[in-house]
Design a protein around this ligand. Sequence first.
Ligand SMILES: C[S@@+](CC[C@H](N)C(=O)[O-])C[C@H]1O[C@@H](n2cnc3c(N)ncnc32)[C@H](O)[C@@H]1O
Length: 294
Amino acid sequence: MSSASNAHYGGYDTPSYPVLGDAEFDFIRHVVSENAGIVLGPNKRQLVQGRVARRMRELGLQSYEAYCEHVRESGPEELVGLINALTTNVTSFFRENHHFEALAAYMLPEALKRNAVSRRLRLWSAGCSTGEEAYCLAMVALECLPPSQRWDLKILATDIDSNVIAEAARGIYPLDRVSSVPEGRLCRWFRRGARSEAGNVRVRDTVAQLVTFRQLNLLRDWPMRGPFDVIFCRNVMIYFDQPTRERLVQRFAQILAPGGYLCIGHSESIHGGIAPFKLLGKTIYRRIGGTHDT
Ligand SMILES: C[S@@+](CC[C@H](N)C(=O)[O-])C[C@H]1O[C@@H](n2cnc3c(N)ncnc32)[C@H](O)[C@@H]1O
């Protein structure tokens, strides 16, 4: 089961699950770390137990031993199911809003100047979960673009979890998920669902058509070339170990335009992998020097 619903509604471990043995816990931790970079410490045993138990139920399997065997035998297929079950997808519209304020105040104005000839803007929500972050990037960009000019604006939104990508692409959210969006933005960028969509809002087409959702494991090859003007990779690296974070930060530097920005989550930092970046504000890094080299 995708943890999107777990994340939003809580309660992923109940005492009724069978007990996860050491060997199975270690196997699952190893597979998830090797394939997704997600480090599950010993304190995550309960979480793994609960989420894997739900996945087992979906598959009609009775024991963790049988489930681990299934993962070994089915290869990449169940790897997706396992990773989907264990990702943490908490997110919200305009989460850590100071990043969106900085986007409007200087990240986009600088990019508009830098790209005045090409009139091309590329933003990336890396680890986008259910899409809120990517749609917010699109909304703020639309608010910042000079109305008299045509710009080639695209937002790429990626996540390893195939379930959240499917949910994000629908662009439909229950009303309580937009309760913190200011009224002006709510009216401008969302429309209220009617009939079968009553009780929900839908992101307007002007916003949705700018965003492309793709499943992508940040640890593997990236099919896109960049350069990106802004990358948001927030509350994703927190799940990785330090060497993985450092490698990822270097790769972000390579695919960012010089002068472009990387925003990370409030509890994350990139010391150690900081070389081509200057810390500009709270968890906001500017790519300095060099050329775009992909
Ligand atoms: C807590 S959410 C963050 C969502 C959003 N960026 C925010 O800050 O609100 C973390 C997301 O990172 C994704 N993720 C974890 N490991 C990943 C990987 N190796 N490659 C791509 N996405 C990954 C998870 O699936 C999850 O949706």
